[in-house]
Design a protein around this ligand. Structure first.
Ligand code: FAD
Length: 428
């Protein structure tokens, strides 16, 4: 098919944001090239789950992304838990009634819980774009503009590439964001949330032996003071994904490196006051594991664009993971950008700034809300939110209200509204 647009787009970064955007643009016949610093597409082996808004956004981007998700997705394994997002458990009660840890409360959604192994999801999604669309080993250093108004990307390997528009999907430490806001602006760098996380994968059989089948085979959150553990099944129920979060007053030693090697003994020491069944579960993690610093864009970006350069995904609104919605918001971004760029009134490079201005106006406050709300809800899980404390009724109400803001949206309508706004801008 010959291109329908008289402009081309460069995407910097091939994570969930960049890849879904590339697929969405390519399927709309918008000329696009993706530049990724790594030697190939690659995601870590951890799990990620998606909320109903994310699944809607996948469908808007490309039906194939949704199908990729369905192919690799693992839901709660019990039919009675189909709609359950998490069962919340008081980590100290650890009361096994008939072999089951008591539930403090349950949060449900119309999609329930679902987990994908990140790398498996990516492997499926990558099949949706032609190989030649991606360039690997291209680490963006800076951007300039040539005398013909073409944007020029300068890469670490000394090569350059041109495009009419650049969309930075280059993650939390985004180089493109630094270009937009300036290297000295506080939002140029991510902020430590003073939480870190241990992540591990456990064979399901062993997990069932530790906490019982109901807890292991369905998503569960174990709430404690200044820490919480969440688990959900991945890999079609063969594996339990576990993330153990801890709040600390100490600073993270090196903001350049967001992970550090850790030991299971360290984890066991930090969670030693948890009940015996959960301790048994934690003991199943391998002796060496990674510790992840939880950074976010706690200092909001003042804008998502400058001229024909824009940021999307974590580059624009990296959030702590407590709502389990960061990647979903990346896909929302991709859906909206693709729909705006595909609008029939967007024909040449002259309309691109209006596209990004519209994207900024429509997305920035929702995305920043997520960053702030995620911090708050993380503190609620850890019984430390001001005015909420260890009152489970209040915690439940907070989660329900905020999850509703995330999930109870209509992504198609959101995109249609944005297109109306774009047309007003273009005719104004
Ligand atoms: P990234 O995945 O960071 O991708 C950025 C890409 O850009 C990378 O491939 C990188 O190599 C490339 N890149 C970077 N710099 C350059 C450069 N200069 N030049 C070229 N390429 C570059 N979200 C959910 O929705 N559900 C969850 O359950 C969930 N759980 C999470 C758990 C944890 C512990 C964490 C930390 C996050 C979680 N998230 C979750 C959030 C989610 O992981 C992120 O929002 C999402 O992966 C970000 O995708 P991205 O493509 O924007 O960025």
């Amino acid at each position: 098919m010959s291109p329908v647009k008289d402009f081309d787009v460069a995407i910097v970064g091939g994570g969930i944001a960049g890849l879904t955007l590339a697929i969405a643009l390519n399927s709309r016949s918008i000329p696009v090239t993706l530049y990724e610093q790594a030697r190939s597409f690659g995601e870590i082996g951890a799990g990620v789950s998606f909320s109903p808004n994310a699944v809607q956004a996948m469908k808007v981007c490309h039906q194939g992304i949704y199908e990729a998700f369905e192919t690799v997705c693992t839901r709660n394994m019990w039919p009675s838990k189909e709609k359950v997002w998490f069962d919340y458990v008081d980590a100290y009660s650890d009361v096994m009634s008939n072999g089951v840890l008591d539930t403090a409360f349950t949060i449900s959604s119309n999609l329930g819980q679902n987990g994908v192994h990140r790398a498996h999801f990516l492997d499926e999604a990558v099949k949706l774009i032609p190989n030649q669309l991606a360039r690997f080993g291209k680490r963006l250093q800076n951007i300039s503009e040539d005398r013909n108004g073409r944007l020029v990307m300068h890469f670490d390997d000394g090569t350059v590439a041109e495009a009419d528009a650049i969309i930075g999907c280059d993650g939390i430490k985004s180089r493109v964001r630094q270009t937009i806001v300036g290297p000295d602006h506080p939002s140029a760098r991510p902020v430590y949330t003073h939480k870190y996380a241990f992540r591990g994968l456990i064979p399901m059989e062993d997990a069932c032996a530790a906490v019982g089948e109901e807890r292991a085979q369905n998503a569960c959150m174990y709430m404690g003071y200044d820490k919480h553990v969440l688990t959900f099944p991945v890999n079609h129920g063969k594996t339990l994904n576990l993330v153990a979060f801890r709040t600390t007053m100490e600073d993270w030693p090196d903001a350049q490196r967001l992970t550090r090697p850790g030991q299971r003994d360290e984890l066991l020491h930090e969670f030693e006051d948890y009940g015996p069944a959960i301790i048994k579960l934690l003991k199943l993690i391998g002796p060496k594991l990674d510790v992840w610093a939880i950074f976010d864009l706690g200092y909001p970006v003042p804008t998502l664009y400058k001229g024909r350069i824009c940021i999307s995904g974590d580059a624009a609104h990296a959030t702590s993971p407590h709502h389990g919605a960061g990647a979903g918001f990346c896909i929302e971004d991709s859906a909206m950008l693709a729909e705006l760029l595909a609008d029939e009134q967007v024909k040449s490079r002259h309309e691109l700034e209006a596209v990004f201005a519209t994207f900024d106006a429509e997305r920035r406050s929702r995305a920043q809300w997520l960053v702030d709300s995620s911090r708050w809800i993380g503190d609620c899980y850890e019984l430390r939110a001001e005015g909420i404390g260890n009152d489970f009724t209040k915690i439940e109400a907070e989660i329900k209200e905020r999850n509703g803001i995330i999930a109870n949206v209509n992504i198609e309508e959101m995109c249609a509204r944005a297109k109306d706004e774009l047309r007003k801008r273009l005719s104004g």
